[in-house]
Ligand binder design. Structure first.
Ligand SMILES: C[S@@+](CC[C@H](N)C(=O)[O-])C[C@H]1O[C@@H](n2cnc3c(N)ncnc32)[C@H](O)[C@@H]1O
Length: 404
């Protein structure tokens, strides 16, 4: 099997960098990155500066356009489909044209992934999403992930998932993300795994437990998905644990405890002698102290109900002896979730530099120093993933692909 990748929702190329670092011959045949509503496509430009362009099968360039406008048959062949896609409402209804067809909400990107799976039939997939995916939406918990698994099952795929906290596996950031590994049932790997109990795929023999070893594994609970995706959309609800596997519509889930590795600490990734622009000025200090502190504020809900909004304090500054917190796209703006550190040289409080933001995600220094403003460098990093997690999964996939 050729080691070829199609990278969707590519951002600044976290998946690609993670596979490149393996040095085991993975080649990206196509990618897609388009920031809705943005005039300048900073992430796409940065990606192309690093890796160059990817023409489609017609020799045309459409990598920087809305993926929903792409003719899926024109995407070059690939053995691995990857992408970090947003957590959206995946509910479906019957199409008007046919009661057999399904129609998801417009702009929901999972349906683009599904269309590409139908057109290109990638033998393997790795997807990334927020941890909340497993519990969404609040009023029908687990429905959205159930729909994803039901689509994969219908298309002849089995899947595994794990919620991974990158800091537990040696990274510099406490970032929890759901990773989904899907494989076509007719691959050698799919045939081999068909005889392994789903319970023990999770605890001992699967892809995720090899990439992300565990210390403990709880008892199993299971559910079988309806064959009809609309029925899943209408009534499926399930309490997904942080690990699980699905084959032929049957889902088994177990709560696992991650086997902790020594993380990189925030203090280890800080730069010295940074530019004055990153320091917090005396005038802004009261605002930062307020945002980071605990508060109780009387509020009125839309329905007139009065309540007290309360939140506890966050560490201020962020401690050097722990990995960083989850980086958001709003990193470096005046915001409670922005990291504030004590500078190792001066001891004064300051924001992270763009290079430190890159280090939190495991990118090379200056990866996003491609001409975009600093504000966008933080944004791109907030959107990205922890690259080492991809390399870990890539190592396991290399062994699997060897047997194909
Ligand atoms: C969560 S980020 C993934 C970032 C990536 N994994 C990285 O390492 O940088 C999702 C990306 O999808 C892009 N995106 C959103 N809607 C899109 C669309 N309709 N077509 C193509 N890309 C889209 C966003 O601009 C964003 O960069």
């Amino acid at each position: 099997m050729e080691k070829t990748i199609c990278e969707l929702f590519a951002g600044v190329g976290g998946f690609r960098l993670g596979f490149d670092r393996l040095g085991s011959g993975w080649k990206t045949t196509w990618f897609s990155q388009w920031e809705p509503g943005a005039k300048t496509q900073w992430a796409h430009d940065c990606y192309v500066q690093h890796f160059g362009e990817c023409p489609d099968l017609k020799g045309e360039i459409h990598t920087g356009e809305d993926i929903s406008t792409m003719v899926k048959d024109n995407i070059p062949d690939h053995s691995l489909l990857v992408g970090g896609f947003p957590c959206q409402d995946y509910s479906v209804a019957h199409t008007l044209k046919s009661s057999k067809g399904i129609e998801g909400k417009k702009g929901v990107l999972w349906w683009q992934i599904r269309d590409i799976l139908i057109a290109k039939r990638a033998p393997f997939c790795i997807f990334e999403n927020v941890d909340r995916l497993l519990k969404s939406p609040a009023k029908q918990r687990g429905r959205d992930f159930g729909i994803i698994l039901a689509c994969l099952a219908e298309l002849g795929y089995s899947a595994e998932w794990r919620v991974v906290n990158a800091a537990q596996y040696g990274a510099a950031q406490r970032r929890r993300r759901t990773f989904i590994f899907a494989y076509r049932n007719d691959t050698e790997y799919g045939k081999k795994m068909a005889s392994v109990e789903l319970e023990s795929i999770i605890s001992d023999f699967g892809f995720m437990v090899e990439a992300f070893p565990i210390a403990e594994c709880g008892s199993s609970s299971e559910i079988t998905l309806d064959n009809d995706i609309i029925a899943v959309s209408d009534s499926f609800a399930f309490s997904f644990e942080n690990a699980g596997a699905m084959r032929d519509h049957r889902i088994v889930t177990r709560k696992v405890v991650e086997k902790e590795e020594q993380p990189i600490l925030l203090g280890e990734i800080l730069q010295k002698n940074v530019d004055e622009q990153f320091y917090i000025t005396t005038e802004k200090m009261p605002k930062w102290t307020y945002l980071k502190g605990s508060k109780k504020i009387p509020r009125t809900a839309a329905n007139g109900h009065e309540y007290i909004f309360s939140e506890g304090p966050v560490a201020f500054p962020d401690p050097w002896d722990r990995p960083g917190r989850t980086m958001l796209t709003s990193e470096s703006t005046l915001n409670r979730s922005t990291h504030v550190v004590s500078d190792p040289g001066t001891g004064r409080l300051r924001l992270l530099t763009p290079i430190e933001a890159e280090r939190l995600q495991g990118f090379d220094d200056d990866w996003t120093n491609s001409g975009m403003p600093n504000r966008m460098r933080y944004f791109c990093m907030g959107n990205a993933l922890v690259v080492q997690m991809i390399t870990r999964m890539g190592k396991v996939l290399d062994k699997i692909v060897e047997q194909e």
